[in-house]
Design a protein around this ligand. Structure first.
Ligand code: KG4
Length: 329
């Protein structure tokens, strides 16, 4: 993505590799990093072309930019390394400063894409294939993780349940389609940690309960009712997410709630948050679906603030698999 000095995205290109992972039922790290290598030059060239057209210029090169930013953490090491190495080369070649960005902070900034007037303080629910957490955004760059999953992420649970039902990968969209046809009260799946009194989550027990239910149905000679299972599973997830979001809002006193990560595309979850925020008189910011999943636009928006703050990173910086959102960098 390319962002101008006012925070307008002049180009934002997404290359998806989901089809290559689908046949394996999940993300294969080696394939992820290989596909990054294959895609990165073409995606960046396309981005420069789109930005040039947008700005009415013949063409745009790296030298025309003011800085080069890259996601350095957290995530799959093999994929991060490709981006970091490429960005270092681009920055060094064009003589521009390098900016490192925390991927999770990108999801927080994604709220600006749909609502440019969005401002912290806010409570943010980050729900993706790799993360499930509630974050108190006290200000830009000032975050407190209120609680996170102790095992699987929400998106991972959707993916695993879809796999058990033979619905393919990624599981989120297909489970929510099936759920729309089923009864959310049909099967009483567990709401783990609903009453734990803290803001942590646990999803692996729910996944096991669903898989056990499917196996029991098959053992009893019945064909599992896919829409009812999908709807009941989804409702169990949503109930816990909404309960903990309410606790987080009450605990922090924040008057704005927002969502990030691929699971934020789930329509039942979005509706449930709409109802919650209406009841609590809290402002709800829902990023557009295109900004919920991983995208470079949100990373560019973080980078713009870091650029103005003079937070650059040296050319010997490395990718990191883990990074704590609460620690300033
Ligand atoms: O943020 P994202 O694009 O990638 C990372 O995980 O970093 O999120 C992908 C996850 C997948 O697990 C996918 O199944 C889930 O988001 N997802 C959904 C929906 N759409 C995507 N989960 C529930 N309901 C959806 N409609």
């Amino acid at each position: 993505a390319i962002v101008d000095g006012e925070g307008n995205l002049v180009a934002d290109i997404v290359a998806s590799q989901v089809d290559f992972h689908a046949r394996f039922g999940g993300v294969v790290p080696e394939i992820a990093s290989r596909k990054h290598i294959e895609a990165i030059c073409g995606v960046c060239d396309e981005c420069l072309d789109v930005a040039a057209a947008h700005l009415g210029l013949e063409h745009l090169t790296w030298s025309d930019l003011d800085a080069v930013a890259v996601t350095y953490a957290p995530g799959l090491m093999g994929a991060l390394v490709v981006g970091v190495a490429f960005a270092k080369g681009a920055a060094w070649g064009a003589g521009k400063p390098l900016i490192g960005v925390n991927h999770l902070e990108g999801h927080l900034y994604a709220n600006k894409i749909g609502a440019p007037d969005f401002e912290p303080p806010a409570v943010v629910s980050l729900v993706s294939g790799g993360n499930t957490m509630l974050v108190h955004m006290r200000g830009w760059g000032d975050y407190e993780t209120l609680g996170a999953t102790i095992d699987d992420a929400v998106g991972e649970a959707f993916d695993k349940v879809a796999k058990a039902l033979g619905l393919g990968y990624p599981g989120g969209p297909v489970i929510s389609q099936q759920a729309a046809l089923g009864n959310p009260d049909a099967i009483a799946f567990p709401r783990a940690m609903m009453h734990s009194g803290d803001l942590r989550f646990s999803l692996s027990g729910l996944k096991t309960a669903v898989v056990t239910y499917i196996n029991n149905e098959r053992d009893a000679g019945r064909e599992p009712n896919v829409p009812d299972i999908a709807a009941s599973f989804q409702q169990a997830v949503v109930d816990v997410q909404v309960k903990k979001a309410e606790m987080a809002l009450r605990q922090t006193g924040a008057r704005t709630f927002c969502l990030g990560g691929g699971v934020a595309a789930n329509p039942v979850l979005r509706d449930a948050y709409q109802a919650l925020c209406k009841r609590l008189h809290v402002r709800l910011t829902l990023p557009p679906l295109s900004a919920c999943g991983d995208n470079a636009g949100m990373i560019a928006l973080v980078a713009l603030d870091r650029y103005y703050a003079g937070k650059f990173c040296p050319l010997d910086a490395d990718a990191q698999a883990h990074a704590n959102l609460d620690e300033p960098y």
